[in-house]
Ligand binder design. Structure first.
Ligand SMILES: Cc1cc2nc3c(=O)[nH]c(=O)nc-3n(C[C@H](O)[C@H](O)[C@H](O)COP(=O)(O)O)c2cc1C
Length: 206
């Protein structure tokens, strides 16, 4: 499926065929494609809690997310964004050296700079920092899902203060959003109108 078709076909789904398992190979491919999303300095702050078991989805439903698709989806994802830019900096910067982008000396400077970000940014800046990259991974995941024959739905209607303790999510992670995944039981309602080119694009200044 080409990118344009995937963008046109992706919809937010809320009615899923219950108890249909997503094949393991499809999930692996989904996350391989997701991981190709861009991120600041390639630091890839995103992580995902994958809930496929009925009991886990029920736990999410009972702890801050009582939307029916949580129970009927094949899988629910809790998308997390690591708020520490330096969390994987060594490994990521080693990749730059391996691919010939820069040498070890530059690598050390880059590591120091990114570790510095962790100390100079306040909590709100860290939250925005991780959101920028993690949200791109969410959209990439939903488009990849469409291309792989899966349906999905982004969700912000949840109570993070209940979800966090229920799934023992460390404070270092932002709860970015939830995404339902599965196979549609019925077609979604017609696509809602979008604001047009003339109003969303400000040419050469606001
Ligand atoms: C950040 C975000 C949060 C959303 N939260 C919910 C939600 O909690 N429940 C829900 O049913 N749909 C949710 N939606 C889906 C939107 O309602 C949907 O994307 C929008 O109406 C456009 O429809 P479409 O995605 O089918 O084009 C959310 C979408 C986004 C991007």
């Amino acid at each position: 499926m080409d990118a344009i078709k995937a963008m046109e076909e992706r919809r937010s789904h809320r009615y899923y065929i219950e108890d249909r398992r997503i094949p393991a190979e499809t999930l692996e491919e989904l996350f391989r494609l997701t991981s190709l999303a861009p991120s600041a300095y390639n630091l890839q702050p995103w992580e995902f809690i994958l809930l496929q078991e009925k009991a886990s989805k029920q736990k999410l439903y009972d702890n801050g997310c009582p939307q029916k698709q949580v129970l009927t989806s094949s899988a629910m994802l809790i998308v997390l964004g690591n708020k520490n830019p330096a969390a994987h900096v060594e490994e990521v910067m080693a990749g730059f050296v391996e691919q010939g982008y820069f040498n070890d000396k530059v690598k050390q400077k880059q590591i120091a700079m990114i570790m510095g970000l962790n100390t100079t940014m306040d909590d709100e800046e860290k939250r925005v920092w991780t959101m920028r990259s993690s949200v791109l991974a969410c959209q990439q995941l939903m488009l990849a899902a469409t291309a792989l024959g899966l349906d999905s739905g982004p969700m912000e209607g949840f109570d993070a203060e209940k979800v966090r303790p229920a799934f023992e999510i460390p404070e270092a992670y932002e709860l970015v959003m939830l995404i339902s995944l599965g196979y549609r039981e019925k077609e979604p309602l017609s696509r809602l109108p979008r604001r047009g080119y003339d109003v969303i694009v400000h040419k050469e200044g606001f």
